[in-house]
Design a protein around this ligand. Structure first.
Ligand SMILES: O=P(O)(O)OC[C@H]1O[C@H](O)[C@H](O)[C@@H](O)[C@@H]1O
Length: 561
């Protein structure tokens, strides 16, 4: 179907004119001009409150943006996503992460396949694995219960489970055999080497998490882990009956979309968790890739996480666009990037449990929407995904907030915090202290978004100040409050961002579900490795890379000091 490029449509042009009118206005003036902005620009759903009143917009802006979304076919795209249409055109498949969190009594048939049954069969398999770990029945080759699980995976096979296990560490079930979960992602083996120096091979199991089961980072770590186990558990005066097959069976679980490759590598059939090509890596924490999460929080809490994401899916599919959290969050981003020319976006959680949330979103947003061609492969004539980065807000205040307050960049910020925390701590004195620490944290969160909005105007008039003490303000932000941080609200929060990314991609007419941009580097790394290993010559290599390679060779050939 041919349609005019988005920037030639009426709503886009109207927004550009509107931006000429109000784009120069200071954010604080929007508050002076309009009473009740919080009520006008905040919405609630699935245990989340989203306050968009500190965006540099007014009601006209929002209604034009909603028109743009309708023009770009967002309602139809949402329906198509949830129904399993093949929206991932470059790979000719649907993107059905939402199917992973459908309840067991739902029905979704896609191209003749009953997805709910397949999804729940995997969840049940996962549940029985978790049960074996938590009852101390999953034993290593020498008969001792597994105590440590190391997840070997990278990108989507690492960041989601890492983020969630950290966020929900308080939700460990009581009375079960404790499993400590660790994550090793980097190909240089730094994290893995550390674990191997501390962990007991008899009670350590590795989860090989890789959708493709070919990612060199993960497969290299896996080989190191396998040889470490074999060297320590086999041969010599080790216990009788411990053979390689037993080590492989008891110390490895595989999670992948390729059962053949798992089998080839030596993962026992009954210790494989399979997922589907229609689940993108960065959208995969909801299934087998979430095994480390379930090992920490238990299956019941894992199902709560899924239920929270499903709450958000329902909201996304049912709420009017003007009340739809993912749509509104997406539109705020579009307004900033495409009409106010703000191309940096900072993610700032005010809760230490969300330490890895920004890293997770960096992949979700930038790998999904860091694209510059549309669905027809033609270059787009507008900006897409902004540069997105972040850190725990309280720590970032002492690090990069200087740039937010006084730098030359306009930056959009997302502030994220739970409304209440620690009210369930048993000891009253500690509870009072910790609740007050949480209020201190919230005070900082709200003060920062206010300072970024108002700048100098936030201060009582103290007369003229030198340049280095002035604050321009005018930095837009969104604030997201979770009722409290639970498996359910965290599921909703993650799904909110997944859908935000999808809405923006729909408006930008790009495919958020592929990542061809990462391939070139992988190919060149292979070539470079052959040269570094002296298996290929330097011919044709550019001068900079040649110089770097020669520097390595020179260092390698030097006698160790
Ligand atoms: O799960 P895997 O197949 O090992 O892939 C791990 C990661 O690496 C790839 O290069 C992609 O950029 C990511 O989207 C993916 O999540």
């Amino acid at each position: 179907m041919s349609h005019p490029p988005v920037e030639q449509r009426g709503a886009w042009r109207a927004l550009a004119d509107h931006a000429d009118e109000i784009g120069q206005r200071h954010l604080r003036d929007f508050f002076t001009d309009q009473q009740g902005r919080f009520a006008t620009f905040s919405r609630q759903a699935a245990g989340l409150t989203l306050d968009l009143s500190k965006q540099r917009w007014n009601e006209t802006t929002l209604s034009l943006l909603l028109e743009l979304a309708r023009d770009a076919g967002v309602p139809n795209a949402i329906r198509g996503l949830l129904a399993g249409e093949r929206l991932n055109l470059s790979e000719n498949r649907p993107a059905l992460h939402t199917a992973l969190r459908l309840p067991a009594d739902a029905r979704l048939d896609v191209e003749g396949e009953d997805l709910v049954t397949s999804v729940h069969a995997t969840l049940d398999r996962m549940a029985s694995m978790v049960e074996r770990f938590h009852s101390g029945q999953w034993r290593g080759a020498t008969g001792k219960p597994i105590r440590d699980v190391v997840n070997l995976g990278v990108g989507g096979s690492d960041l989601g489970p890492l983020m969630v296990t950290h966020a929900l560490a308080d939700y460990r079930p009581e009375g079960v055999h404790r499993i400590d979960v660790h994550f090793a992602s980097t190909m240089d083996g730094s994290q893995l080497a550390d674990y191997l120096s501390r962990l007991n091979p008899e009670t350590t199991l590795f989860v090989l998490s890789s959708k493709s089961f070919t990612t060199i980072d993960t497969m290299t770590n896996a080989r190191t882990a396998r040889d470490w186990l074999k060297a320590r558990l086999l041969g010599g005066d080790r216990e009788e009956g411990v053979d390689e097959a037993l080590v492989m069976r008891q110390h490895f679980v595989g999670v992948s979309a390729s059962p053949e490759k798992m089998r080839e590598w030596g993962i026992a059939d009954e210790h494989q968790l399979e997922f589907w090509e229609w689940v993108g890596g960065r959208y995969s924490l909801w299934g087998g890739i979430g095994l480390p999460i379930a090992l920490v929080v238990g299956m019941q809490n894992f199902r709560e996480l899924l239920a929270g994401a499903h709450d958000m899916d329902r909201h996304f599919s049912e709420a009017e666009m003007s009340d739809n959290l993912p749509v509104l969050l997406a539109l705020a981003g579009i307004w900033n990037v495409n009409f106010l020319d703000i191309r940096a976006h900072s993610i700032l959680p005010y809760d230490g449990r969300l330490e890895y949330f920004a890293a997770y979103l960096e992949q979700l947003e930038m790998e999904s929407n860091g694209k510059s061609v549309n669905h027809d492969g033609e270059p787009v004539g507008y900006s897409t995904c902004p540069v997105l980065w972040g850190q725990l807000g309280p720590n970032a205040q002492h690090a990069f907030y200087q740039l937010l307050h006084q730098g030359t960049q306009s930056v959009e910020c997302d502030f994220i915090a739970p409304r209440v925390r620690y009210d369930d701590v048993a000891d009253p004195a500690t509870r009072d202290h910790l609740m007050s620490q949480h209020r201190l944290t919230l005070s900082n969160c709200f003060a920062q978004s206010r300072a970024l909005m108002l700048g100098d105007a936030a201060l009582e008039d103290e007369g003229p100040r030198p340049g280095h003490k002035r604050y321009a303000g005018n930095q837009p932000s969104s604030t997201l409050l979770l009722d409290r941080l639970t498996p359910r609200t965290l599921g909703a929060l993650v799904a909110l961002y997944e859908h935000k990314v999808f809405v923006q991609a729909t408006i930008w007419d790009i495919n958020p579900f592929d990542q061809w941009g990462v391939e070139l580097g992988k190919t060149l790394a292979g070539e470079t490795q052959r040269i570094l290993e002296h298996q290929a010559g330097l011919d044709g290599m550019d001068d900079s890379t040649r110089g770097l390679i020669e520097a390595v060779w020179a260092a390698e050939s030097r006698e160790p000091e």
